[in-house]
Ligand binder design. Structure first.
Ligand SMILES: CC(C)(COP(=O)(O)OP(=O)(O)OC[C@H]1O[C@@H](n2cnc3c(N)ncnc32)[C@H](O)[C@@H]1OP(=O)(O)O)[C@@H](O)C(=O)NCCC(=O)NCCS
Length: 215
């Protein structure tokens, strides 16, 4: 397999994570504990010790196995966070899921939506995937803005779907199909042709998720 080439737009770039990113990523994760904790995947078997060097090695093994694409997001050449394409299924699904975080000091600069657009286009164009998914906790306003900006389409409420911050948490799921974005996700966003309301969550699901008072 050809190694995945970096992609850029303005000051933002995505590229494959490297073993030598371990020190920077580890210190960013530590410095941003309180910023990230509420949204971080955890193990249902209890706390596990985390070694970033080993973590990157595992991610790169998944990349070689064709089941993931572990990327870092950069802003003006500085590592701003991680974007991980995981759970790549080939064949009759041809689908994958995207997860992401940025350090607090990089928040609000549009780094994540640009990176998600670049990564989704990469998956559609190079990996020939058919569907990309993003799952978000109903309370995560900032992350919901990312899918709103890019027009990922709301698909539904998944009950106690992913173990986050110590418990099974409900998630809203959003997806895009390759044929919904013939000019690419980034192209569609830059054109200003993202359909209004694609990511809107119906009131019934907002109520079911407990973020809207029920009557
Ligand atoms: C969710 C997250 C990745 C968004 O990334 P980003 O690169 O800041 O994305 P954007 O610049 O498009 O900002 C998205 C929204 O974040 C909010 N935001 C902006 N600056 C912020 C700041 N300094 N602090 C907190 N939230 C901020 C705004 O609501 C913004 O929407 P707007 O552009 O309409 O104002 C980032 O907030 C993050 O890493 N959070 C912690 C980890 C996390 O939630 N991961 C996602 C799990 S699904």
């Amino acid at each position: 397999m050809e190694a995945t080439a970096p992609r850029h737009h303005g000051p933002v770039a995505i590229r494959l994570v490297r073993p030598r990113d371990a020190r920077v990523l580890q210190s960013e994760l530590l410095a941003n504990r309180s910023w990230l904790k509420r949204w971080e995947a955890t193990s249902p078997d209890g706390p596990v010790s985390f070694d970033m060097r080993l973590g990157i090695r595992r991610l790169l093994q998944q990349y070689r196995d064709g089941v993931g694409v572990p990327l870092v997001m950069e802003h003006e050449g500085q590592i701003a966070g991680q974007l991980n394409v995981w759970g790549i299924a080939r064949g009759s699904l041809s689908s994958a899921t995207i997860g992401y975080w940025v350090s607090e000091r990089f928040a609000g600069k549009g780094i994540t939506p640009i990176s998600v657009a670049l990564a989704t286009d990469l998956c559609f164009e190079e990996l020939r995937l058919h569907r990309m998914e993003i799952c978000i906790r109903p309370e995560n306003r900032a992350s919901l803005r990312v899918v709103e900006k890019l027009g990922f389409r709301y698909e539904g409420l998944r009950r106690r779907y992913i173990h986050i911050d110590g418990d099974w948490r409900d998630h809203f799921s959003f997806a895009l199909l390759a044929d919904e974005v013939p000019r690419g996700v980034l192209g569609r966003w830059l054109d200003g042709t993202v359909p209004d309301g694609a990511a809107t969550v119906p009131l019934a699901d907002r109520r079911a998720a407990g973020i809207e008072p029920s009557t």
